[in-house]
Write a new protein. Sequence first.
Length: 455
Amino acid sequence: MRFKIVLAIAKLAWFAIRLIDKNRGTDFPGRIALKLYPDFAKQIPGINYDKVIVVTGSNGKTTTTNLLYHVLKVNGKQVASNLKGSNMLNGVLSVYIKDTKLNGAPRSEYYIWEVDERSLPTIYNNLPFTRCIVTNVMQDQVHRNGEPDLIYSIFSGVFNKSMKLYLNNHEPRSKSFEELAGEVVYFGASQTSESYFKDGLLDVSMPCPICRHKIDFSFLNLNNVGDFKCSNCSFSSSVDSVQTERANFEEKEFYINDTRFPMPYDAPVMLYNYSAASAVCLDLGLCLQAVSSGLSTFVNASGRMEEINYKGKKIKYIRMKQENPETLQGALDAIASDPSPKLFVIGLCTLDERRPKFTPHYANTYYAYDCDFKRLLASNVEKSICFSEFVCYDIANRLYYDGAKKDDVVVVNSDSASRILEEIDKYESETVYFITLMKLMEGIKKHLAKTGGAN
């Protein structure tokens, strides 16, 4: 009875907040339910955990979740998901609360939950899922997650023989979880025209998660993601995987086995999202053609590009987690793919430190050293403008290490919107690519709105 009362209250809270703003309250119903009944999640009736798919990992969670949801939905499945990324227990419970009938019975056949890496144990202890996609375990938000080994240890404490894991065949940490699972399905991406090898001064490999010796990659599709084998033990990529092949970025297509798939978003990182979603759908009984057909109508709701017209220039702002080398590299690659004359504006920032608590912030630019700027610098960049109150010179140094000439780099020791825009005004290029934190970009947009600079 207590569960049903709390469920009704949480549903009413959801309806109320929807009347105010349909885009808010993605985790509010779950927060209300847990406040009123801490064991609410453990009392949920009727969920078939064999049809719950959890999506976790450092990169690609939101996109993979949206892909999987879309393909299942267009193939006639009843699906519920936290598509907007409220990926802790409150958000996951909110999906159930919105979807359920008043008696607590779920309406949907499938649940797809994007889950924050650090929240995985909490989710499992309350909602014991049996299927999980691990996109990758990589450097991400050092101020929150520390080293990837911390996330690796968290996952290792959750995965067990009752689970089916969908593992990235080309990411060593992810693949090594195969020893913990009861059943494994692998996904990956074959070598493409965008694949590369590490051979630069700052390039390093990674240690084997099994024996700690060096991992050797025959090619890389992303940083430390590609066909691999350990230099010491038998650990390596598996031959048996759902893998994208013959990827053609110009034609925007790839193949799985002999079935053609459209590639609506043509970045190398997306190949792993496509193969992960395809692997799950095939495992759930869909055929390759049904998955391909579903993918053809996919629109990425979490798009990262925003355009602002400014004094005859087009500012293209790429939203991203800048404290993650993979998302930063993806942004750099997207800019490099545009051969037209351009300004490159980058403002990396300090990070809020959560350990130890007495440190308010610090400057950490390690993620920029894990990225390759050479291709971008060779893509017709008129000037590179490095701005930041604290780390502008660090950013400039990083560009110099990859071959930028000092005359082609401008340093703006400020986060002031007016100062940054004044510098942009000096140059002829009509296209301006912008990388910085969303908070700083919001300040620039407010400045433009106030001064009438945008058009």
